[in-house]
Design a binder for this molecule. Structure first.
Ligand code: PBE
Length: 267
């Protein structure tokens, strides 16, 4: 049988995502930690996915940085490479963080953000809807809210409504964070807030939150993914803890490749 389809020796690069992302930080540490003879290339989530899809169509070998939850796993047969050194992290939680003083300034928003949590299936449902069904993220989040009124009511329980108050959330243009940020924005609107969503790079989001220029964000994967930023900024921001548990980042390959571990990549 031809080795064309699965030969890890043909791999020359790891297709990464946005520079400055937590993912690129830990992927670089992975290249160093396993002594990989591979170039880690920068791209974007969308760019990485289109390279992945092209490789899948041609049944070519490819290694990308990817994570769960992600809708792409429903559409294609992919596998995480084992990571015995856990440089890509093991089980990750996505944390909600707010600016210092939010509790006094906007107590209802603080309470709602503190209460917000959902699980992988919920996030996948919203992401799949706006990717696979090609609707706006806000519309996808709104449909999820309609279908999950009990969960949303639990987040809102005991939280007061407001008038004429604005909340600004920072997020990064990743499908996971677009899903959660749109869902929370809609619920804050139900409470009466004007909600402003600001799309920025991850480093800018941490900076803006620590400067108090935005009120909150739902983007930090911990304990590993966003650890560098978290260590830098943790004394100037308030960590409200996980809004989603059991996420995972890693190096991902098509199922047809005959390797199973990061240790099988060229060194
Ligand atoms: N991600 C998607 C982001 C968070 C969500 C895993 C690429 C990161 O931490 O870099």
């Amino acid at each position: 049988e031809s080795k064309k389809n699965n030969d890890a020796a043909e791999i020359e690069e790891i297709v990464g995502i946005e520079p400055g992302s937590g993912t690129m930080d830990i992927a670089q540490k992975t290249v160093e930690g396993y002594n990989l003879d591979l170039e880690l290339t920068t791209s974007s989530e969308a760019g990485m996915l289109s390279e992945l899809k092209r490789a899948l169509e041609n049944e070519e070998p490819i290694v990308v940085t990817l994570w769960q939850p992600h809708w792409i796993f429903k559409e294609h047969d992919l596998k995480f490479l084992e990571d015995p050194k856990e440089t890509m992290g093991a089980s990750e939680n996505i944390h909600t963080m707010v600016k210092q003083g939010l509790k006094d300034e906007h107590p209802a928003a603080y309470q709602l953000l503190d209460n917000f949590h959902w699980d992988i299936a919920d996030m996948n449902e919203v992401m799949s809807k706006f990717r696979a069904d090609d609707v706006e993220p806000r519309e996808a989040a709104s449909e999820w809210i309609e279908n999950n009124r009990d969960k949303v009511d639990a987040w809102m329980e005991g939280v007061d409504s407001v008038e004429d108050e604005t909340i600004e959330l920072a997020y990064v243009n990743w499908d996971t964070e677009t899903a959660s940020t749109n869902a929370v924005a809609l619920v804050l609107e139900e409470l009466g807030y004007d909600v402003k969503l600001t799309m920025v790079d991850m480093g800018i989001a941490f900076q803006a939150l620590s400067d108090g220029d935005v009120d909150g964000m739902l983007i930090a994967w911990l304990p590993v993914g966003a650890a560098s930023y978290y260590e830098e900024y943790k004394d100037q921001i308030v960590d409200l803890g996980p809004n989603l548990k059991g996420a995972q980042q890693g190096l991902v390959v098509p199922e047809y490749m005959d390797i199973n571990s990061i240790e099988d990549l060229p060194t």
